[in-house]
Write a protein that binds this ligand. Structure first.
Ligand code: CAA
Length: 260
């Protein structure tokens, strides 16, 4: 295995990013955070990449949280800098105009759960586990875990998970809508890649506009969100992809989207 903390592989138009610290269950240290931010910024600029799979190395863990060994002796200013650098990674994923699939191959805990929550599609292995165990370390999920989980599953379940630090099964995460699909552990890589390839064949223009509308909508009142959605819809008609998509439908042939 490579000694890079983040392995990037290009498979057709899909970029697979594997967080590679299996001996630490892929905990997020400063090097991983820097590598993730750089990777998503690079991917955002590269037209040849049309979908991303983010996963963790090894059999056991997606990401078991922020690196506790790196965090154990820091003070409040360094903790704030750590939260800011996690947020920069989250922003790079949210504002990346391409769809990002989290292929959750094991523990998604603390900052690892938070990382999965900013991805567009979450697919989990059936033996994955989810949790926000920060309370057990006498801290709290400081990278969006409290707020994003509350918005995703509602305050009742989010409160229970944050306050107890208890883990939940992949099946429970699926029931709660935290993940959209469950797959047998040994089929996860293949399934996530297939899903990413299907996304890569869609119009990059439409995908980027959908991501943008979802993000605006998540932070706006309904009227403003609906206006943003209508504008995003209208903008698609500026692209050749829209003409191609509709012509292909009418001519009963597969569409070939270029992102133009
Ligand atoms: N940071 C650093 N190292 C970690 C780690 C983490 N978050 N999680 C696991 N590791 C390391 C362990 O220290 C261990 O290393 P050594 O072999 O050198 O001792 C190795 O990974 C394997 O871990 P375990 O032996 O503990 O494996 P296990 O199967 O017995 O337990 C586990 C697995 C339940 C996930 C357990 O490792 C665990 O509880 N990890 C910590 C989870 C956690 O609390 N995450 C939240 C971190 S705080 C955070 O993320 C803050 C934030 O939101 C901003």
């Amino acid at each position: 295995m490579s000694d890079e903390v983040l392995i990037s592989e290009r498979i057709g138009a899909v970029e697979r990013l594997t967080i590679n610290r299996p001996a630490a269950l892929n905990a997020l240290n400063a090097s991983v955070l820097a590598a993730l931010k750089a990777a998503f910024e690079r991917i955002a600029r590269d037209d040849a990449i049309r979908a991303i799979v983010l996963t963790g190395a090894g059999e056991k863990s997606f990401v078991a949280g922020a690196d506790i060994k790196e965090m154990a002796t820091i003070g409040p200013l360094e903790a704030e800098a750590l939260a800011r650098s996690a947020k920069r990674v989250h922003d790079a994923i949210i504002h990346c105009p391409k769809p990002v699939i989290a292929a959750i191959n094991g523990f998604a805990l603390g900052g690892g759960f938070e990382l999965a929550l900013v991805c567009d599609i979450r697919i989990a292995a059936d033996d994955a586990r989810f949790g926000l165990p920060e309370v057990k370390l006498a801290v709290l999920p400081g990278g969006g875990g409290i707020m994003r989980l509350s918005r995703l599953v509602g305050p009742s379940v989010a409160r229970a998970l944050c306050l107890t630090g208890d883990m939940i099964s992949a099946e429970r995460a699926f029931q709660l809508g935290i993940v959209s699909e469950l797959v047998a552990h040994d089929k996860l890589d293949e399934h996530a890649l297939k899903k990413a390839e299907a996304l890569a064949a869609l119009s990059p223009v439409a995908l980027a506009q959908i991501k943008s509308a979802l993000e605006i909508g998540a932070n706006a009142d309904l009227e403003s969100a609906l206006a943003a959605e209508a504008k995003a819809f209208a903008l698609c008609f500026a692209a050749a992809d829209q003409k191609e998509g509709m012509a292909a439908f009418i001519e009963k042939r597969p569409a070939r989207f270029t992102g133009r």
